[in-house]
Design a protein around this ligand. Structure first.
Ligand code: HXC
Length: 520
C-alpha cells in the first residue's frame, strides 16, 4: 500500500534508482578492474550470449541472507545476474556470476536466484547456461552458503539428461564450486583468465609442499589436455560465449525434442573422391580421421569436443543434410587408434550425451584393439572399457557404424558392432575385421608350423597370406550379416544421409528399471 502523499512518479523513480544500483553491481571501479583483467562483466556476457533485447531478468531485487557477519555489507544483485532470453530464437535460461560483488561468492540467496531459473528451465524444457566467475562459498555465510551449493548440485543432477546444461568458466572456480559445472553436460573455459581446482596452490603447498601456479594447477589447458575435466578452451570471454552458441545449435531444447535442422547448400549426393587419397589399404599409413569426417559432413564443419585430450578417440558434432549427428571415431594417428582408459571414458560420456538428447550417433572404426600395458590394467581398463560397451548398448538413438580400415578384437565390439546394437553397419573395401591383425594371428595360430618349417620366413609369409585370405577383409563379416553392406568410398556421404533418414523415426524400448548401473 502506498503512503499518502507519495506520487506515482516518485515510486517509479525509486524503482529505477534501485534497478540502476543493482545493474551497477560492485561499481565502476571493480568493473574496470574486471575489464583490465581481459574479462567482460556479468551483464556484458549475457548481452553477448543472447539475441539482442531478449534478456528477461529474474529475481532482480533479491538481497543477501542477513546474518551478523553480513550486517552492513552491500551486495547489489546478490553477486549473480539471472534470467531467460533467446539464442537464435530458442529460449534458454542463464545465470552469470558477478565477480565485482563480493567476488561473485555464493551465499544462500545468490543460490536461490540460480535454482529459481534452473527450476524454470526444467519446467519449460529449456537449456541452462552457467557463466561462472566466483570465489566460491561466501565465507561470511558459513553453512548457508554450503547449503546453497547443495541446492544447485542437486538440481544439476536431477535435471541432467532432461535439459542441456552448459558451463562456461570465465574466472576463478574453486573448492566445491567446481562440482556444479562438473555435473553439467559441457564445460568451456577461457585461457589465461579462468581456473578450476578443489584446493588452491596455497593449500597444496602447505600439505604436499608442491609449488604450482593457479594456471598450472587448473587453467584451461590443464583441463582440456591433462585432466579431461573441461571440453573446450578458447581465447577470451567472447570466444567462449560464441562457442556456447555454436554448441547449442547441435542440441535440442530438451530430452523430448530433436536438434534443430540447419539447412545446407552442400548436396546430399556430393561424391567423396577425396577419401580415396586419404585412406589407403596400407595399414602402416596413418591418416587423420578428422579429414575423413570433414569430407563426409555438411560444409566440412566438425565441432570436435575434447580435441586435445585422449586424442586416440575423436568425438564431436557435425550435420548430415542439416541433421545433427554425434561422431565417435578412432584416430589412427594417435596410439594407432587403440582404445585406452581415457579414450573409453571420453567416448562413453559422449555417447551418453548424444543419447540423452536424441542426437544420432555415427561411429567410424579404425581400431587396432585395447592398448596393452601394465599401467592400463592397473588403472582399470576393464572397468573403463566396459563403459563404452555399456554406453553403446544403452543408447537408443539411431546408430550407424562405418568400418574404414581395421577393426580387431574387443575393440571391434566396443566400437559399436552389430551385436552391441548398431542399427546399420557399413564397411569400405579397405576394411578388415578379425580377432587381430594377420601377422599377430599367424604367429600364434601357426607358431608350431613356422618353427618346424625348413624355411620359417616363407612359411610365416604363407600363413599370414592364408589368414588374410580367410579373415582380413570385410566379406567374411558381411557374409555372416555382421556388416550390412560394403560400400564405395565415394558414395559414403549420400549413403550415410539416406541411412540416417531411414532411421529417423526409430524407437526402442527397454525393460523397466530405475536406471542402469554403468560401471564408473
Ligand atoms: C566472500 C570473498 C570471497 C569469499 C573473495 N571475496 N573471496 N567474499 N567469500 N569466498 C571478496 C574479497 O573480499 C574482495 O572483496 C572481492 O571478493 C575480490 O576478491 P580479491 O581477493 O580482491 O580478488 P582476487 O585478487 O582476484 O582473488 C580472487 C581469489 C581470492 C583468488 C578467488 O579472492 C580467493 O582466494 N578467495 C577465496 C577463495 C576461497 O577460498 N573460497 C572458498 C572455497 S571453499 P572487495 O570488497 O575487496 O572487492 C568452497 C566450499 C564450497 O567453495 C563447498 C561446496 C560443497
Amino acid at each position: 500500500m502506498t503512503q499518502p502523499g507519495i506520487e506515482l512518479q516518485e515510486l517509479i523513480a525509486t524503482m529505477e534508482q534501485r534497478r540502476r544500483k543493482v545493474e551497477e553491481g560492485g561499481g565502476p571501479e571493480r568493473q574496470q578492474k574486471q575489464r583490465e583483467g581481459g574479462k567482460l562483466t556479468a551483464r556484458e556476457r549475457i548481452e553477448r550470449l543472447l539475441d539482442p533485447g531478449s534478456f528477461l531478468e529474474s529475481s532482480t531485487f533479491v538481497e543477501h541472507g542477513r546474518n551478523r557477519l553480513m550486517d552492513g555489507i552491500e551486495a547489489p544483485g546478490e553477486g549473480v545476474v539471472t534470467g531467460s532470453g533467446t539464442i537464435d530464437g530458442r529460449q534458454v535460461f542463464v545465470f552469470s556470476q558477478d565477480f565485482t560483488v563480493l567476488g561473485g561468492s555464493l551465499g544462500k540467496m545468490n543460490a536461490s536466484k540460480v535454482t529459481k531459473i534452473m527450476d524454470l528451465a526444467a519446467k519449460t524444457g529449456c537449456p541452462v547456461i552457467g557463466l561462472n566467475d566466483s570465489a566460491g562459498a561466501r565465507i561470511q555465510e558459513g553453512v548457508d552458503s554450503l547449503s546453497g551449493y547443495g541446492e544447485i548440485f542437486y538440481r544439476n543432477a536431477v535435471y541432467s539428461g532432461s535439459v542441456p546444461q552448459i558451463s562456461a568458466i570465465l574466472g576463478p572456480c574453486a573448492g566445491g564450486a567446481v562440482y556444479s559445472p562438473a555435473i553439467t553436460d559441457f564445460i568451456l573455459m577461457s585461457r589465461g583468465s579462468s581456473y578450476m581446482f578443489i584446493t588452491g596452490p596455497e593449500v597444496i603447498k602447505s600439505v604436499t609442499r608442491e609449488e604450482v601456479t593457479f594456471d598450472q594447477l587448473g587453467g584451461a589447458d590443464v583441463h582440456t589436455r591433462k585432466s579431461g575435466v573441461a571440453h573446450l578452451a578458447y581465447e577470451g570471454d567472447e570466444a567462449v560465449i560464441d562457442g556456447i552458441k555454436d554448441l547449442l545449435g547441435y542440441l535440442p531444447q530438451n530430452a523430448r525434442e530433436k536438434a534443430p535442422v540447419k539447412p545446407t547448400s552442400d548436396p546430399a549426393d556430393r561424391r567423396n573422391e577425396k577419401l580415396l587419397d586419404i585412406v589407403t589399404p596400407d595399414q602402416r599409413r596413418p591418416y587423420a580421421m578428422q579429414d575423413v569426417i570433414r569430407e563426409l559432413v555438411d560444409d566440412g564443419t566438425f565441432l570436435e569436443i575434447q580435441p586435445d585430450w585422449a586424442k586416440n578417440i575423436i568425438v564431436g558434432f557435425a550435420r548430415l543434410n542439416g541433421q545433427s549427428v554425434g561422431i565417435v571415431a578412432n584416430n589412427p594417428k594417435a596410439l594407432s587408434g587403440s582404445l585406452n582408459i581415457d579414450a573409453s571414458d571420453k567416448a562413453a560420456r559422449f555417447i551418453r550425451t548424444c543419447d540423452c538428447y536424441n542426437v544420432p550417433i555415427l561411429t567410424l572404426v579404425d581400431v587396432s584393439g585395447f592398448l596393452p600395458g601394465v599401467q592400463q590394467e592397473y588403472g582399470g581398463i576393464i572397468r573403463h572399457g566396459a563403459k563404452m560397451l555399456y554406453a553403446y548398448a544403452e543408447a537408443t538413438v539411431p546408430k550407424v557404424t562405418l568400418i574404414t580400415r581395421k577393426s580387431y578384437g574387443g575393440a571391434y565390439l566396443a566400437m559399436n558392432s552389430r551385436d552391441m546394437g548398431a542399427d546399420v553397419v557399413y564397411a569400405w573395401p579397405t576394411a578388415t575385421v578379425a580377432v587381430m591383425g594377420a601377422e599377430g594371428a599367424a604367429n600364434i595360430v601357426y607358431r608350431k608350423d613356422i618353427k618346424d618349417s625348413e624355411n620359417p620366413a616363407a612359411t610365416r609369409a604363407e600363413k599370414i597370406a592364408e589368414y588374410k585370405e580367410a579373415f582380413d577383409n570385410p566379406y567374411v563379416a558381411a557374409a555372416k550379416g555382421y556388416i550390412d553392406d560394403v560400400i564405395p568410398m565415394e558414395e559414403t556421404r549420400e549413403r550415410l544421409i539416406r541411412t540416417f533418414e531411414m532411421l529417423a523415426n526409430k524407437e526402442e524400448t527397454r525393460p523397466f528399471k530405475k536406471h542402469g548401473n554403468i560401471p564408473l
